[in-house]
Design a protein around this ligand. Sequence first.
Ligand code: ATP
Ligand code: MG
Length: 385
Amino acid sequence: MKSIDNGKFVVRKLKHNGFKAFFVGGCVRDYLLKEEVNDIDITTDATPNEVMRLFNKAVPTGLKYGTVTVVHEHNKIEVTTFRLDGNYSDFRRPDEVELTNLETIDVKRRDFTVNGLLMDENYKVYDYVGGMEDLNNKVIRAIGNPNERFNEDALRMLRAIYFESKLGFEIEKETLEAIKENASKIKLLPNERVMTEMQKALTGKHQNEAIKSLYRSDLYKYLPGLEKGIEFIYKNINQNISVEVFYSLCFYLNGKVDTKWKFSNIDKNKYQKVLELLEKGKEFNYFTLYDYGIEINVLANLVLYYLGETDNKIKDIRYKFETMPLRSLTDLKVRGNDILKLTDKKRGAWLNKILNELAFKVLNGELKNDKKSLLKYCEAYLNEE
Ligand code: ATP
Ligand code: MG
């Protein structure tokens, strides 16, 4: 587990060399909440060049924004020079940044008060944004004018949702109102960025509240193909669901998988198969298991279950999967070659047809999956032709 202590060395060294240095952002917040610390961010008045010179292993990972990554005992510690952000013309990143030697200015460019706390190497907290009070009251509040802050960087709106999911904090009223006002701007963000924040929000401990906030904040209107699903969850579901069930349910209510989402081919295929299976019917049996596999069957059942259309039949589906006589053609006790020996016919489409027919009859119980019975059936079949 990472600890803020892994970064003390960097803070100490910077200070020893006459610079100011503080822990900042998520690591301070999570340390104070006694939560696991993710990544360690340090903010300093040393310029990126000065940071590079001071540490043996330092990588210029974001020079444009004043960030250098210091590598120390397998830990990567991001050191960013105090800065204020210039204009934002793309609703995401400042066009240019200006370095400053004041930490009080740096914290003002940060997104939420609980992410704007500074802490020194002796765990003393410096709060210039009202973050301590919000941390104690479990509130997510934009630093400064929320409307301006979301207008600068639209991703912050989704970050608010993510922090709600991760921390279980409530988004403060004016901050929520400002998200409503600016919600449509998330359309301007690259889909990959939206997806990453969604993924983070969907895997938080407080996922259900976060999904409900997507509805309350109107953000859901600009998440293509997810609108109906999020509305349904807001109105009907009071528990966390898996990420796969979330997308399957949303796309089922949407009628199709929205291709604007840049899923991996595996995930895209998964959601398409769930929809395809649900179109065929609401029964899950040997045949659907044979055609789609266990994962798709379970997902399809869970979608119907959360929609209130069926019981949760996962146990039953798993049992069927365990006991089914055949899961794929390769489980069949005869091979194509065995069948070819019974006839002078050359290999061709007919062979696949008969193999599939054998599988079908084994699944519905007409035939036993043993070589003798299967070959006997084949012989009769070939003689009939
Ligand atoms: P996590 O636990 O997910 O790492 P975090 O708060 O550390 O949460 P990071 O994305 O690691 O989030 O960012 C580190 C800090 O940088 C934040 O706490 C915040 O102070 C600042 N920050 C990050 N992204 C933004 C943004 N889009 N706008 C303003 N400040 C930001
Ligand atoms: Mg972080």
